[in-house]
Design a protein around this ligand. Structure first.
Ligand code: NAD
Ligand code: GLY
Length: 360
């Protein structure tokens, strides 16, 4: 079996995260050794299946693990109840039973969809995550948030359901489009700002190595992000308190993403949202302007956007902020940094302050 890198400590639902360059070839043997299920369906979008399906299926076959590959069309548009129903039917048609398991091979769309299928099929079967985007490797594959979108909103139907193991192969990042990679970098920077000043410095020092996908640096970066996420999730699995800090940059970020009709991808919208939240923190007297500027400089240096597009309808952004699904009793909460490495969660942001940061 593989050498364990990190544990997500959730009592009897604890699980390991393995992070290694080229680990995909060893996933089969490790899964075989864990006795998670009698057979598996590997679920992947059609593009990831074409890139990595054969490698994973070979690894499983060589380890004597019975598995079938099921695919769906790539993209967020597939993270819905229709694809969920189609995949459920396929699982039934190929005879998957209560002793079967699922393997999510892909980005956050695949992980969320597969996790929700695992939570629901036969009232719950085990699953493992093999994340292939940076966003999925540092965020969505860890922590057990699963689900699908409905026309009324993203991720509105789902379940907290933890995987049995997460296998992170950093080598697959070499085929990831730059835009998607940078989207993941926004979530990486998030961890530095909300939790870990030292890690933030690591990102500043290693910018070129990170952009150049230097294997040792990438591995260290992903490991620190997963450690942070594991720590936060272990303390607050269901987001009743601490886990809310992971939403830094997401309140305004989601509104910008939606107001762009999703032409701005998630991570890029989060980058804009983080800078906006930092400006709110400065306006509220919580954070020094110099600190906020330092983060905006790093986000910009990575090639991520920092400004809300000038032609974007401000009233539309405001209406999306008001309907943020993380609101409680109509009150919108913001995660605002007090310094790099520390944040507070507050609902004391005024409409005037929002107008100020939305100014062109
Ligand atoms: P994604 O899964 O759609 O992947 C993005 C694109 O990259 C896809 O077209 C995919 O085919 C391609 N791709 C994946 N791996 C590749 C590789 N190694 N090489 C080349 N191409 C590759 O999107 P994503 O950005 O990974 O995830 C976004 C989703 O994650 C959203 O639905 C979001 O809601 C969800 N999410 C969930 C959580 C959580 O905690 N569950 C957290 C953050 C985001
Ligand atoms: N991505 C936010 C969370 O997992 O809570």
């Amino acid at each position: 079996m593989l050498e364990q890198t990190i544990t997500v400590g959730l009592g009897e639902r604890s699980y390991p995260i393995f992070i290694e360059d080229g680990i995909m070839e060893n996933v089969g043997a490790d899964i075989a050794g864990r006795n998670i299920a009698s057979r598996y369906a590997v679920i992947a979008d059609d593009y990831v299946a074409s890139l990595y399906g054969a490698t994973l299926m070979k690894s499983l076959a060589e380890a004597g693990v019975t598995a079938e590959l099921l695919t769906f069309p790539r993209g967020e548009a597939s993270k819905n109840l229709q694809v969920f129903a189609e995949l459920s039917s396929k699982l039934a048609q190929i005879g998957m039973d209560r002793t079967s398991g699922l393997i999510a091979l892909g980005g956050g769309v695949t992980g969320d969809l597969t996790g929700f299928l695992a939570a629901s099929y036969m009232r719950g079967i085990p699953f493992v995550q093999v994340p292939t985007t940076l966003l999925a490797q540092v965020d969505s594959s860890v922590g057990g948030k699963t689900g699908v979108d409905i026309p009324e909103g993203k991720n509105l139907v789902g379940a907290f359901y933890q995987p049995k193991a997460v296998y992170i192969d950093t080598a697959v990042l070499t085929t990831l489009p730059v835009e998607e990679y940078l989207g993941g970098i926004a979530e990486v920077i998030k961890y530095g700002v909300i939790w870990d000043f030292e890690f933030y410095g690591f990102l500043e020092r290693n910018l070129d190595a990170i952009l150049g996908l230097q294997p040792d640096i990438i591995q260290e970066m992903i490991t620190i992000c997963c450690q942070t996420k594991a720590e936060v999730v272990a303390e607050d699995e269901r987001e009743s308190d601490l886990r809310r800090i992971l939403n830094f940059g997401h309140t305004i970020g989601h509104a910008v993403e939606a107001a762009s009709d999703f032409s701005i991808i998630h991570g890029h919208a989060v980058a804009i949202g983080m800078v906006a939240a930092l400006r709110l923190a400065v306006l509220s007297g919580l954070c020094k302007r110099k600190e906020a500027g330092r983060v905006a400089t790093l986000i910009h240096a990575f090639g991520l956007p920092t400004e809300i597009p000038a032609d974007m309808d401000r009233e539309r952004i405001k209406s999306y902020i008001k309907t943020d699904k993380k609101s409680v009793a109509g009150s919108v909460f913001y995660v605002l940094p007090t310094t790099i490495g520390k944040v507070v969660i507050t609902n004391e942001v005024t409409e005037g302050q929002i107008d100020e940061i939305l100014k062109r």
